[in-house]
Write a protein that binds this ligand. Structure first.
Ligand code: GCW
Length: 697
C-alpha cells in the first residue's frame, strides 16, 4: 500500500449528471447492461419456466417482470404453445421440444444447453444456476434466439470460480478512503463504519454480475484494518445480510481476513499457524461463519505483504499459513484464496541485486505440492503490479501441484483510474491466451480453469453509473464474460455489452453507436500504453495516488519499481547473463526468448533489458524514436476519440454523453501531459532529437 497525496484540483472529478435509465426499483442508478429494453425479446413471448429452488425462482421473477413490461406471458406446464422453455432436466414432464434437446451427458452445475426446434427455443440445465445463466444467454441473443432453428449448443464455464474482490473498507480509511483504489465513489456495501443498508443496490449489482457470469464476491479490502477484521466475528451479521441478497443470483460471499486475527480479535498471545490454540480459534470462528452463512465461499488473505501480518513473524512459511485456514474451512467445502503478492516493499533502491519481479516465484515455487486441496494461490497476472504492460507472471507456470487463480485489476489503478477510456479485455485476453510452456502447453486460462479461477479487483462503487466512467462498465462486463469463456473475442464482448447497454437507442442508430464505441474503445488499452509506458517500463506515475506522469516518481524509493534511465539508455536488466536472473524463472521457450535481446518482443524489451537509446527494435525504430513516436501518436489518438464522441452526441442519453465528454476532456489533457513529460524527460537524458523535428518542451 502506498500513500496517496491528497487530491489536488487536477484530481477533481467532473460534475455528476444524474443518469436517466434506471434498473428495476433503482431510480437514479444507471441500469448498465440490464436496461428493461434488453429484455424485449424474452418479455414479448410465451414462456414456460420449469424448476424448483431459489435460483429457478429468480428466473421466474425475471421472466415475469419482462413479460409484464413487454406484453408476453408466463405460461404454466401444459398451457402451451410456448416460444421459450427454460427447464431443469429433472423437471417432469418436459414438453416435447425440451425433451428432444436433452443431452446424453450431464450438463454440469452451472452449464446449460440452448436449442431451437419447431419454433420453440429451449434452455435446459441440470441445476438452477445453469437455468439463470441460460436465461441471460437468451437475453444477450435477443431476437436472434427466436429467429431460426438452432442445433443444441452446450455452454459451461471454463472456470468454476469467477470472483470479484472488493477493496472496500468498512471505516473510511484516513488515507485510502472508503474504497482503496476505488474510482467510482463510495462502497456499495459499507459507509462510515457501517453497512450502507441499501440492499436494493446490492441486489441490482448481483443481478448485473449474474448476467455476465460472476459467482463470487469478496466484500472487504485485502488490507484488513481493525474494524474489518471483526467482520469475521461480532460483525458477521453484516456479511450474512449481504450474502442473503447475493444468493438468489448464484453469488457466494467471501471475506478478506487478517492473519493476525487470533491476536487482534481473539485475544490470543500469538497467531502462530502451528499453534494448537490458534488452530482451535480458526476452527471455532469458521464454524460460526458457516452457521450464519451456510454457503460461505471462504477466506481471502494478503499475508506478509505491504505491512499485512503473516506467518513469517513466527518463522513459518506460507504453506503453513495457508494450510491453517484451509484446515478450518475444509469441513464446510470453503476455500482460502492466498495471495502471492509478497515482496520486499522496503527495498534499498541502491541495491541492484533485489528484483521485485522475482519475489513471488522465489517465495512460492518451492512450496508447490505443500498446499492443501482447498488452498488457491491467487497470483496477479504480471510479476509486478497491474502495469499497462507486463509479461505474464512466471508463478503461473511454476506451481503445477497447486490450484492457481489469476488476479486481474478491473479497477483502473494504473490504467487511467476510470477517467481514461481503457478497455482492458484485449490485455486480459492476451494474458489468458499466453502459453507459459510454449505452443504445445496449456494457456494461462487453462491453468486458472484447472481449479483456481479468475479473480478481478472490482471497479464498482456507489456512483450512479457504477464505475465512474460509464464506459468502464464494459471492463466489469468483460471480466465476467472472460472468466466464463476466456477465448471470447474482446470486440465481440464489446458488441454484447453495447447491444445490451444501449438497447434503448433507436434501431437505426445502434449501428452508429456501435461504430463510435468500437472506434473509441477497441484499441484504447494500446493507446493508453502509447502515451504512458514505453516498451514495458512501468511505474512512471505520480507516487501515492498513481495518476498522471512522474517519470522518476518511484526511481529512488523503497518500492522496487525502477527504470534505470541514464544518459545512455533505459530498462531493467533481468537476464541471467548480466542481470537479476528473472528470465530464468520462466520455462522454455520464454526463458530463452526473454533472455535474448534479438528475440524479446518489443513491447517487453525494457522490462527485460537495459539498452542504449539507439538500440534498434524489431519494428525497425530506435528505442528513443519509438518513445517519441508512440507518445505523439497516443495523445493524438485520444484527441481523435474525443472528436468521435462529440460527433455522436445525438446517439446517447444526454447525461451519459455529457459525463463521458467531460472525462474525455480530462483524458486529452492528461495524455498531453504524459506525452510532454515523458518525451521531455528522455530528450533531456539522451540529447537525441526527434527525427521528425516535432516540438518537445
Ligand atoms: O497495486 C497495489 C495497490 C495497493 C493494493 C496492493 C495489493 C490493496 O497500490 O493499494 O492494496 O496492490 O494488491 O494488495
Amino acid at each position: 500500500m502506498t500513500i496517496p497525496e491528497p487530491a489536488g484540483p487536477e484530481m477533481a472529478g467532473p460534475e455528476m449528471a444524474a443518469p436517466e435509465m434506471a434498473g428495476p426499483g433503482m431510480a437514479g442508478v444507471h441500469a448498465a447492461w440490464l436496461p428493461p429494453e434488453a429484455f424485449r425479446a424474452v418479455g414479448s413471448r410465451r414462456t414456460l419456466v420449469l424448476g424448483e429452488g431459489r435460483l429457478a425462482g429468480t428466473v421466474h421473477e425475471e421472466v415475469a417482470r419482462a413479460c409484464a413490461r413487454h406484453g408476453g406471458s408466463v405460461r404454466r406446464a401444459g398451457d402451451g404453445p410456448y416460444d421459450l422453455v427454460l427447464a431443469l432436466t429433472v423437471a417432469e414432464p418436459l414438453p416435447e421440444a425440451a425433451a428432444g434437446a436433452r443431452p446424453g451427458a450431464p450438463i454440469g452445475d452451472e452449464g446449460y444447453v440452448i436449442a431451437r426446434t419447431d419454433g420453440v427455443t429451449v434452455v435446459l440445465a441440470d441445476e438452477p444456476a445453469g437455468l439463470l445463466y441460460g436465461l441471460f444467454h437468451v437475453v444477450r441473443l435477443g431476437e436472434r434466439a427466436f429467429a431460426a432453428e438452432r442445433p443444441a449448443e452446450h455452454h459451461r464455464p471454463a472456470t468454476r470460480l469467477r470472483m470479484l474482490d472488493h477493496w472496500d473498507n468498512v471505516d473510511v480509511h484516513p488515507v485510502m478512503g472508503q474504497v482503496e483504489r476505488g474510482y467510482a465513489g463510495g462502497s456499495i456495501f459499507w459507509r462510515d463504519g457501517a453497512p450502507r443498508g441499501d440492499l436494493a443496490r446490492v441486489r441490482a449489482y448481483a443481478r448485473l454480475l449474474a448476467a455476465c457470469g460472476v459467482n463470487a464476491i469478496s466484500v472487504n479490502n485485502v488490507n484488513v484494518h481493525a474494524t474489518e477484521a471483526r467482520l469475521l466475528t461480532d460483525r458477521l451479521g453484516d456479511v450474512a445480510a449481504i450474502a442473503g441478497v447475493l444468493r438468489p443470483y448464484g453469488i457466494r460471499v467471501h471475506l478478506s481476513v487478517s492473519f493476525a486475527s487470533p491476536v487482534t480479535v481473539g485475544g490470543l498471545p500469538s497467531a502462530d499457524p502451528l499453534g494448537e490454540d490458534v488452530r482451535g480459534w480458526w476452527a471455532e470462528v469458521t464454524r460460526r461463519v458457516y452457521d450464519a452463512i451456510p454457503d460461505f465461499g471462504g477466506y481471502v488473505v494478503k499475508a506478509d505483504s505491504e505491512g499485512q501480518p503473516g506467518p513469517f513473524a513466527y518463522g513459518r512459511d506460507h504453506a503453513d499459513g495457508a494450510n491453517l485456514l484451509a484446515g478450518a474451512l475444509a469441513p464446510y467445502g470453503g476455500v482460502v484464496h492466498w495471495r502471492a503478492f509478497v515482496y520486499d516493499h522496503r527495498q534499498d533502491w541502491r541495491d541492484r541485486s533485489t528484483d521485485r519481479a522475482r519475489a513471488a516465484c522465489d517465495h512460492f515455487a518451492p512450496l508447490d505440492g505443500r498446499f492443501h486441496d482447498n488452498v488457491i494461490l491467487q497470483v496477479k497476472h504480471g510479476p509486478i503490479d497491474f502495469q499497462a504492460r507486463e509479461p505474464v507472471s512466471p508463478v503461473i507456470a511454476a506451481m503445477p501441484a497447486t490450484r492457481v487463480a489469476v488476479e486481474l485489476q478491473v479497477t483502473q489503478e494504473y490504467t487511467g483510474q476510470q477517467r481514461h477510456v481503457c478497455y482492458l479485455a484485449p490485455m486480459w485476453r492476451e494474458a489468458l491466451g499466453f502459453r507459459p510452456r510454449g505452443a504445445g502447453g496449456p494457456a494461462v486460462a487453462d491453468v486458472a480453469g484447472g481449479g483456481g479461477g479468475l479473480v478481478g479487483v472490482s471497479n464498482v462503487g456507489d456512483d450512479p453509473y457504477w464505475t465512474g466512467h460509464p464506459l468502464a462498465q464494459a471492463n466489469l462486463y468483460a471480466f465476467g464474460r472472460l472468466a466464463w469463456e476466456p477465448r471470447l473475442d474482446p470486440a465481440a464482448i464489446l458488441d454484447e455489452w453495447i447491444d445490451l447497454t444501449f438497447a434503448p437507442v433507436a434501431d437505426g442508430d445502434i449501428e452508429r453507436a456501435r461504430g463510435t464505441l468500437h472506434a473509441i474503445m477497441d484499441d484504447s488499452w494500446r493507446v493508453y500504453e502509447r502515451y504512458t509506458a514505453p516498451l514495458g517500463v512501468g511505474f512512471m506515475v505520480r507516487p501515492g495516488h498513481h495518476y498522471g506522469p512522474d517519470v522518476d516518481g518511484y526511481e529512488y524509493t523503497p518500492w522496487g519499481t525502477y527504470h534505470f534511465a541514464d544518459r545512455d539508455g533505459v530498462g531493467v536488466d533481468r537476464t541471467r547473463a548480466t542481470g537479476t536472473g528473472f528470465t530464468g524463472q520462466y520455462p522454455p521457450p520464454w526463458s530463452q526468448v526473454y533472455e535474448s535481446l534479438a528475440d524479446c518482443p518489443d513491447e517487453l524489451l525494457l522490462f527485460f533489458h537495459h539498452v542504449p537509446y539507439g538500440h534498434v527494435l524489431r519494428s525497425g525504430a530506435t528505442v528513443i524514436q519509438h518513445i517519441y513516436d508512440t507518445h505523439f501518436a497516443g495523445a493524438e489518438q485520444v484527441a481523435e476519440a474525443r472528436r468521435r464522441w462529440q460527433e455522436a452526441a445525438g446517439l446517447f442519453d444526454p447525461a451519459l454523453h455529457a459525463r463521458v465528454s467531460d472525462l474525455l476532456d480530462e483524458q486529452v489533457r492528461c495524455a498531453e501531459e504524459w506525452r510532454d513529460q515523458v518525451n521531455a524527460y528522455f530528450f533531456r537524458k539522451s540529447g537525441v532529437p526527434d527525427a521528425r523535428g516535432r516540438r518537445i518542451p
